[in-house]
Design a protein around this ligand. Structure first.
Ligand code: DGY
Length: 320
């Protein structure tokens, strides 16, 4: 019988799906495995269900052994996987697109509202028992109606965020490696802009691109300098897409208006400069963190593994 290693706890329904085709070993430590522990854990596995904090590369595939056939990432992002190196060794890589789109878009919008309406700041004020009374100019935020959302990467999640923004009366602009389909542009009334122009004109800039060599520090000092002094940066993609230190400086010096961050450059660390600022709303990488979504992600990963191990095509393969 095949053997599948799951690198961290997943919902039981996903384990059951895997048990239909393999012996399953779930690593039950409450932390990411260290690289040497991961190499040891996957030794002899035919399939690996991996988390976004597991580095999967040529060395890991060698450590697993020649029988390894599939690595299923329980995430839509797969920057933790050296896809060319793994695929070259005959191992299928899969991810979990689609099932987390709405949850991630909800979180992006929630964080955005938290910054623009100063919700975190207001809650901190109450919890610190600071005296307050209703006053017309007390803790004023900014409205989103009539403002422009600039989406960097109008894929599934970018579109879902844009749809929410439309419901809030926002205009949509976007940039990316390629133009979206005409129907998508028409549905969202979305204008394609070069990156430079998007940075210069958008009121909110929401990042939905994958982390690659090209997008590493896409939002750096230069990009921040191009933005409006009131601009808000939303990042629910991957931390290193933003130069976190540069962002903290720009926020502290009032060169941009705010930030809504679900992801960080060196997770689980957060730049201490950000923690001191009131114009930042933060969450600990919770984009897909609903019970329904995390279950769907784990089940999709399990189905991908089961497909490959039973000689079927994977449902959501990643290609090099
Ligand atoms: C992903 O899927 O890539 C998210 O970051 C975690 O859900």
């Amino acid at each position: 019988m095949s053997r599948v290693v799951v690198t961290r706890a997943v919902p039981e329904s996903a384990v059951e799906l895997l048990r239909e085709v393999a012996e399953v070993e779930v690593c039950d430590q409450d932390r990411p495995l260290a690289p040497e522990e991961l190499r040891e854990a996957v030794n002899g596995a035919d399939g690996v269900v991996a988390m976004l904090h597991d580095r999967i590369d040529a060395e890991l595939v060698e450590a697993a052994g020649e029988q390894l056939r599939v690595v299923a990432n329980v995430a839509v992002g797969y920057d933790n996987i050296d896809v060319p190196a793994v695929s070259e060794r005959g191992v299928t890589v899969t991810n979990t697109p689609g099932v987390l789109t709405d949850a991630t878009a909800d979180l992006a919008f929630g964080l955005l509202l938290s910054v623009t309406r100063r919700l975190g700041e207001g809650e901190r004020l109450l919890r610190s028992r600071t005296p307050w009374t209703f006053r017309l100019d007390f803790m004023l935020g900014t409205g989103l109606q009539g403002k422009t959302l600039g989406v960097v990467g109008l894929g599934g999640i970018g579109q879902a965020v844009a749809r929410r923004a439309r419901a809030f009366g926002m205009h949509i602009a976007y940039t990316g490696r390629r133009r979206a389909a005409q129907e998508v542009e028409a549905e969202l009334d979305a204008r394609y802009l070069p990156m430079e122009e998007l940075l210069r004109t958008a009121d909110v800039i929401s990042l939905h691109c994958p982390l690659t060599e090209q997008t590493h520090h896409l939002v750096d000092d230069g990009a921040l300098a191009a933005m409006k002094p009131t601009a808000i940066v939303v990042n629910t993609s991957r931390g290193p897409v933003v130069d976190e230190k540069a962002l903290a400086r720009a926020l502290r010096e009032g060169r941009i208006g705010g930030a809504a961050l679900d992801v960080f450059e060196n997770e689980p660390e957060v730049d201490p400069g950000l923690l001191e600022l009131d114009n930042v709303a933060m969450a600990p990488h919770l984009g897909s963190a609903t019970t329904e979504t995390r279950t769907a992600m784990a089940e999709l990963a399990a189905r991908n593994v089961a497909a490959v191990l039973t000689g079927e095509p994977p449902l959501t393969p990643v290609t090099a």
